[in-house]
Design a protein around this ligand. Sequence first.
Ligand SMILES: Cc1ncc(C[n+]2csc(CCOP(=O)(O)OP(=O)(O)O)c2C)c(N)n1
Length: 312
Amino acid sequence: MNGLGNSSIEVIEKINRRIRACDYLVVAQLFLKDNFLLERELEFSDIKPRLLGHWGTCHGINVAYANLKAFFKNDPNFSFVLGPGHGFPALQANLYIDGDLEKVDKNATKNYSGLKYLCKNFSWPDGFPSHASPFTPGIITEGGELGYALANAYGVALGHPEKTIAVLIGDGELETATALASLNLKNLLSGSQNGKVIPILHLNGYKISAPSIYARKSERELNELIRGFGFDPILIDGDEPEKFQIALENESKNPFFILKTEKGATGPNRYQFSHQIPLKNVKTDEKELRILEKWLNSYNIKEIIKHLCLEI
Ligand SMILES: Cc1ncc(C[n+]2csc(CCOP(=O)(O)OP(=O)(O)O)c2C)c(N)n1
């Protein structure tokens, strides 16, 4: 079916389960201060008093993270650089699931108490910030300003031929002069003394409220632009982990992934393009509360928990 053989069908299922779990954990971090696994009907008192964070970019981050993790596993020579630091709840969900967060924060245990700690403390006084920050494992700078992810990735590759660095760049981010100019670093750093950088453009179509320029280009125009910088464009739909895995296996010399998702994908339809938080009135509006409950239930988290080695 996918040209990868039977064992890889399991890998694909594992990737999809992980994406669903991380999407759930993102929504739980953004909204919930109690009832984290929907043990009972959702109530207004379960909702955080102040909703602060970004939902729109998170599903795509989870897709990229799950696919890269499935392929590179725990390879110490592999690094992942995340451009949209505002998609922090997605990064945090992945760090939690892999046990990386627990290594630096003993409260982030892989059981119900750790899950509660993770979700409750996102965007919470004295808890975790809403953006990636130096408190996050593997992060040394405060997130926020777009544009530097690709240059940082080439910096990691410099003088380290053994390294491979995948870098997720927002389509809004690639409109910044810094990010666009950084595409030229390939010409400086493609020698045998440096590592390999795999740019992944997250083409979710929108910036904050307007479409990105790259989403307005035809597929052909976008491919030609990428080719013009010396890369081989590889278009992947976010729902195609098979294609993502095959493209990673095929090892093009100068790959440039274009990961296409819809901004806010897997969220409630009416709000799918939301950059920050959809359902702003969920703490007081019964209709929105029920939409959130349906949204959380759509991930079937209880069914996938056992696969995540969570002791819940
Ligand atoms: C240099 C800079 N300009 C503007 C902003 C404000 N800003 C924050 S997020 C964002 C949109 C980012 O779009 P994209 O990179 O596509 O990320 P995504 O859509 O995945 O959230 C903008 C313009 C910023 N953080 N940094």
